[in-house]
Write a protein that binds this ligand. Sequence first.
Ligand code: GLY
Length: 377
Amino acid sequence: MRYGIEKETLNWAESVWEKLEIKLEAECRRLGSIMPYVPVDGRYEDMGKRELAAWTNGFYSGMLWQMYHATGKGCYKDAATGIEERLDEALTSFTKLDHDVGFLWLHTAVADYRLTGSKGSRARGLHAAGILAGRYNPKGRYIKAWNGERAGVAIVDCLMNLPLLYWAAEEQHDSAYRQIAVNHTDTVLNYILRPDGSCNHMVEFDPATGEYLDNPGGQGYESGSSWSRGQAWAIYGMSLAYRYTGNEVYLDAAKRVAHYVCANLAIHDDIPLIDFRAPAQPVYYDTTAGVCAACGLLELSEHVRYLEKDLYVKSAVRCLKAVTDRFCQWNPDIDSVVSCGSARYDRESDRQVPIIYGDYFLTEGILRLLDRDFLIW
Ligand code: GLY
């Protein structure tokens, strides 16, 4: 077992897995190839019909591939393959695509290729990687998050899209993809991460000259605050950057953010607020930040010396336990598992609700503890 966890924790993870398996198989058989986001009255709607290229549309597929890998059951593969095919329209029409092509195609085509060797899936993944690489701004040395007027903005979340480039570099034997990923990571290090281990959500450059302009507020409380999912992306993204490059600077950055997040989790009963630097009231949680940070902490623990591991593994387990104790519902007839996720601080419609990526990261986290996951990133 790569995390060295005790028997009691292993038994707990097994008991969560048993419930997860029943619930996710029921969902898969009921829902088929849909792209869920937030359930309404316990029922998922198909976000893919409303907005095919929404950044969240790959996560259900990612869960299905994790379940296929862990169980070998064909129902998961069939549903995931259907989602991948549905996304072709977004890939070929080039409509509303942005840097989140990583989230979309790592969880669909690349996962499919890694598990089945499908040639068509490999081609889709490489198309998506080409699109991501084409978003690189060489003056500012960043991958633009969005389009048009916002072409000067880079965000911390993009660290999680970069594994698409590391994958393409290996597939194509072309280090240019990798160089773009490295340059963007350095920019995040220099302009988004802060010395105290917290981080900004965004940085804005003049896209024509590459000149630094500002760190605008993003999905957290305000500019200068500390949006917890952004901190989770930083832990996980910097750990992955270390996995793919071996650059110790990235590992140290991941540790710095991890220490900041672990300290904040410890004073909030192991569940993150949407923003660690929001006013004391109202209290808004974001469980998705917790389960994502837990996966990032587990990834980080794989790259440190053995006496360093405990802090990261134990903090990850405490967070996963807190989420399952307080915020999971296991009725197989109701869509979604993890409640109290929040997309952003200032929007009520998807604040403190179940969100699909919360379920993805819970599934990945539990499978990691049981050594039954596969690396989708
Ligand atoms: N990548 C967007 C978010 O974390 O909400």
